[in-house]
Design a protein around this ligand. Structure first.
Ligand SMILES: Cc1ncc(CN)c(N)n1
Length: 221
């Protein structure tokens, strides 16, 4: 059994919880109101800036040139392709790129991105892959599950599903799973245990990120 097969026992309850969250349920059904979605677009943009930094760390610490190259491509595609989707959504809401970038990170966004960047900066290459994997696997799995239910009429939400269940994002998820398996193959039991813990922590933040958007979480003070 591969390491990512083993991780499925940790991952599946997370993906089930995300699929059943009211924000995700409504996005899939096309009944999500604009406010939580606009909040999600803003916060996810801020998230993606730091997510791209994790790829930069990955390019810096990758053990071989091929993987350095892939991390560099991922940095480029996050900033120039994935974030284009958010810029297009924002334009529909009348929000400029500068306003998007100036969005204050919510407590959950701040905690999640700090966790990702801290792990990337201070952990091993395997630790970095372990915290990155739920970001790709979770979105891909969620979008695939929503697509199976049938595409929503609302164009914005249909596009979200098409992007994250699409061939490009699915390939990326497969690549990241294979990378995790490669890294885990040469790891000690203690390292694999740590990868599992880091994966779970990152996955829990994935759930919280949806929940924060649903609650439109802000700072009290
Ligand atoms: C919170 C979150 N997690 C993952 C992804 C997919 N890159 C995202 N856009 N946002």
């Amino acid at each position: 059994m591969s390491f990512t097969d083993e991780l499925s026992t940790v991952a599946d309850p997370l993906w089930d919880a995300i699929e059943g969250h009211p924000m995700v349920e409504r996005l899939g059904a096309g009944t999500l109101s604009t406010d939580p979605f606009e909040y999600w677009v803003r916060q996810d943009y801020v998230y993606l800036v730091d997510y791209a930094r994790v790829f930069a760390y990955g390019a810096g610490t990758a053990p071989d040139v091929a993987r350095m190259g892939t991390f560099a491509e991922l940095l480029d595609s996050t900033i120039n392709t994935e974030m284009d989707l958010h810029r297009a959504y924002a334009a529909e809401f009348g929000i400029s790129e500068a306003e998007l970038e100036a969005t204050e990170a919510s407590p959950t966004t701040r905690a999640y991105t700090d966790f990702l960047v801290r792990t990337a900066a201070t952990g091993s290459f395997g630790d970095l892959v372990a915290v990155l994997l739920p970001c790709m696997w979770g979105f891909n799995e969620t979008a695939e599950r929503l697509r199976e239910r049938g595409k929503p009429d609302d164009e914005r939400y249909a596009e979200w599903i098409d992007t994250y269940a699409g061939a490009e994002f699915t390939e990326l998820t497969t690549w990241c799973k294979e990378l995790m398996d490669d890294v885990a193959r040469d790891a000690s039991d203690a390292e694999r245990e740590r990868y599992r813990d880091l994966f779970y922590e990152s996955g829990r933040y994935e759930y919280r990120f949806w929940d924060a958007a649903w609650r439109q979480e802000g700072w009290e003070l």
